[in-house]
Design a protein around this ligand. Structure first.
Ligand code: BGC
Length: 751
């Protein structure tokens, strides 16, 4: 959108017709803003300029904070959400300092402010940009009601490793899906116009490659080739930059030897020069100072110099800019023009947010918290993000003849944990848990035998197991709510063992002895390793950490008021040893056979002869437990063969690929049809499949729909060894299906 305004204005200037020029009023107001910015900069002392580049946390010693604001030593504040304090700080900034520059108030509003939506990884499983956008809009409405005008989201780190705690914040492993949903999130946060008081600046983070942290260990080093960086990790960032995302955050990780916060290649060559980004770049919390630990800077002054010279405009909680940059400029280590440039970006953002016109927030905004329509949107997001992974003998939905259910497990009634990590403001008192929803909706019709058995996910106390088994025995069906506490997920919450924690596996085994059908519902922040326990479950519903309205969403799915439609946004690993795992990998010179046998199924000496020499694990095979894009419904869909509009195209032309999809089951259901391509031979090795489109729609039983995708040569392009974005002539495969594995295939040639 931003680009199109600029392009339109450029056109207008070129044509220089009076009509077009008057239609381009944004241009002249942009000029006026730039003039005001220059004016302000000309009145600022060096220390005041550096003050704008200093971001500090609220709370603490409020008098000192006020004093610093008055002196112009602080440009933005994070984590202050008290309306009166915010207004008072703004008043001091605009009235008691001669420059009158308002502050920006920032906060991590990641998947909701008060009304908590499912974690981003779950939202990505909706494959639905409208749902994601609505979630960000609700978050913005609630957060701006207390004066927060800048969120540190969306997190766009391509995530291939479930050990990494921050996988919860990501939009999954696929650059195309993350791009579409990342843009939706930015649109939701930023609203119609950034200057509206209910809009907040979005922040694309963590730039870049943080998801590739070695071993899935947080903050760890990353080694990412330019080819991987451009073809995978940068893709969603580029998409949101083009969509007008106002700010970027430099990542903690060291990328190919240079921490992102000092990485000129990333921040200057790519973000500023290639992409033309004119918004603000903020460091991550303390990441400027952490360059000392990385061993790149000997002290805070060097760290500040490296970061600012690389293009980091704001030092978040590092204090190195405010302490050192004045001297660095005087010593000639940092040019004053570099400081001016950073300040220009920051002031531009403040103008864009309309803060110079109105820095204050109206009191009483909390009345909108948890509004019924927000809760409804959160419930819809939770319904659509749950992924049905197993449903033997149609164990779900529960039949009307069910008269009693055993509700067992630590996650059935965990109001705090189901909110997920990065819930800073949502109150657990507003959470509706599955147990509560079940009691409210079915308490008078069905006998609910609840035995929590384990108090929390890591609990190892087995003393209530017998009661749980008895509850199972005296019920028609068991609803087993397993998973992870939210505190096992998120930043610095990485795990080497991603199986169900505590004694949950043992509890499930004990309960299964009762011989009743078991519906396993997992509430977690990552795909939990489950293949050993899965045979005990008749049905398996993945609910992630579903947020405030997770309970009613899950209950509606269990009882068939809603039909599952979520599809995995990451490959579901069979075992932790397969990680990192992603569907869009390269072929090797010795690709795996279609069907592989595991060593446990083979006799002595057979291992060598039967398995051949390929790239998979002898004990875990090549396949994940469930592939990327997978998810069942209560109905079934069939796919016809792919029809291509032609079998060869030239650069600049399009090809249409269509299939007939039919609802072959007995219930209405929503399907997400996925389009993948593969460049069979190219100047660089290419992924075995890459998502290039998806469409979502609902079909009645027996209804069919012809689904058509238009593939342009843009979709065939990739960054080659010379960093050119090109489509290379040759053969391409097209795949269409309901997940990345079960697909129809056809081929065409680009001449
Ligand atoms: C995280 C960021 C977050 C920042 C501010 C850091 O520790 O890495 O994602 O935005 O803190 O809270």
């Amino acid at each position: 959108m931003k680009k199109s305004i600029i392009q339109n204005c450029l056109m207008a200037t070129l044509l220089s017709t009076a009509t077009l020029l008057t239609g381009c009023s944004s241009n002249s107001s942009q000029d006026q803003t730039e003039e005001k910015i220059n004016n302000l900069i000309s009145q600022m002392t060096l220390q005041e300029k550096i003050g704008q580049m200093n971001q500090i946390v609220g709370g603490g010693d409020i008098d000192q904070l006020k004093e610093e604001v008055k002196k112009g030593h602080i440009g933005s504040i994070l984590n202050e959400i008290d309306v009166k304090t915010i207004n008072e700080l703004q008043r001091i900034a605009v009235e008691e300092n001669h420059l009158g520059i308002p502050l920006i108030i920032a906060r991590d509003v990641i998947h909701g402010f008060k009304t908590v939506f499912p974690i981003p990884l779950a939202q990505a499983a909706t494959w639905n940009a409208d749902v994601v956008k609505a979630g960000a809009r609700v978050a913005a409405e609630e957060a701006t009601a207390v004066g927060v005008r800048w969120t540190f989201a969306p997190m766009l780190d391509i995530s291939r490793d479930a050990r990494w705690g921050r996988i919860i914040e990501s939009l999954g492993e696929d650059p195309y899906l993350a791009s579409k949903l990342g843009v939706a999130m930015v649109d939701g946060f930023q609203g119609e116009s950034l200057s509206q008081p209910n809009s907040m600046a979005a922040c694309a983070k963590h730039f870049c490659g943080y998801g590739a942290s070695e071993g899935g260990r947080d903050y760890n080093s990353t080694q990412i080739s330019e080819e991987q960086l451009r073809n995978f990790y940068l893709t969603p960032f580029k998409a949101v930059e083009e969509a007008g995302c106002a700010t970027f955050m430099s990542a903690f990780n060291d990328l190919n030897g240079i921490p992102c916060t000092a990485n000129q290649h990333l921040l200057k060559d790519i973000l500023r020069k290639e992409w033309g980004f004119d918004g603000v770049v903020v460091s991550d919390w303390g990441s400027v100072h952490e360059m000392i630990n990385h061993g790149l800077a000997a002290n805070g002054a060097e760290a500040a110099e490296q970061a600012v010279n690389a293009g980091v405009d704001i030092d978040m909680m590092g204090f190195d800019y405010i302490k050192n940059l004045e001297a660095s400029v005087k010593e000639g280590k940092v040019k004053e023009s570099t400081i001016d440039e950073a300040v220009r970006y920051i002031l531009r953002l403040k103008f864009r947010l309309g803060l110079f016109d109105n820095p204050y927030v109206k009191e009483g905004g909390e009345k909108t918290f948890y509004a019924p329509e927000y809760l409804q949107a959160a419930k819809e997001a939770a319904v659509k993000s749950c992924v049905l992974l197993k449903n033997s003998n149609n164990a779900l939905p529960l039949s009307e003849s069910v008269k009693s259910v055993a509700v067992i497990g630590p996650m059935a009634d965990a109001p705090h944990d189901q909110l997920g990590a990065w819930t800073m403001d949502g109150d657990k008192e507003h959470t509706i848990t599955p147990l509560r929803a079940l009691r409210e909706q079915y308490g008078d019709k069905i006998k609910i035998n609840y035995v929590q058995a384990l108090e929390f996910s890591r609990d190892r106390n087995t003393s209530n197991f017998a009661a749980a088994v008895n509850a199972a025995r005296s019920s028609d069906v068991v609803l087993f709510f397993a998973g992870e506490e939210s505190s096992l997920t998120g930043e610095a919450k990485c795990l080497a063992d991603i199986t169900l924690p505590g004694a949950q596996k043992e509890l499930l085994a004990a309960v299964s002895k009762a011989g009743k059908p078991i519906v396993l519902i997992i509430l977690a922040g990552r795909p939990v390793e489950i293949h050993k326990e899965l045979p005990m479950a008749d049905a398996f519903l993945y609910a992630w950490h579903p947020g405030t309205m997770g309970g009613p969403a899950i209950v509606d799915l269990l009882f068939g008021k809603e039909t599952p439609s979520g599809k995995l946004s990451v490959s579901y690993p069979l075992t932790v040893g397969q990680l990192p795992y992603y569907y869009n990998h390269k072929n090797t010179g010795r690709p795996a056979h279609e069907k592989v046998q595991l060593m446990d199924d083979l006799q002595q000496n057979e291992v060598q002869t039967s398995l051949g020499m390929t790239c998979y694990y002898l004990d875990a095979g090549k396949d994940p437990l469930y592939p990327f894009g997978y998810g069942l419904s209560y109905t079934t869909f069939s796919y016809g063969d792919i029809q291509l509009s032609t079998d060869n195209i030239k650069e600049g032309q399009n090809i249409k690929a269509s299939v007939i999809v039919k609802n072959t089951g007995t219930r209405k259901g929503m399907e997400t049809v996925q389009l993948y391509i593969r460049d069979m031979f190219a100047s660089l090795t290419r992924p075995v499949k890459e998502l290039k489109g998806f469409q979502q729609f609902t079909l009645e039983p027996n209804e069919t729909k012809t689904v058509e995708f238009t593939i342009s040569t843009e979709e065939l392009k990739f960054f080659n060894a010379a960093n050119e974005f090109v489509a290379e002539p040759g053969e391409f495969s097209v795949f269409i299906g309901g997940n990345s594995r079960d697909v129809k295939e056809s081929k065409f040639t680009l001449n």
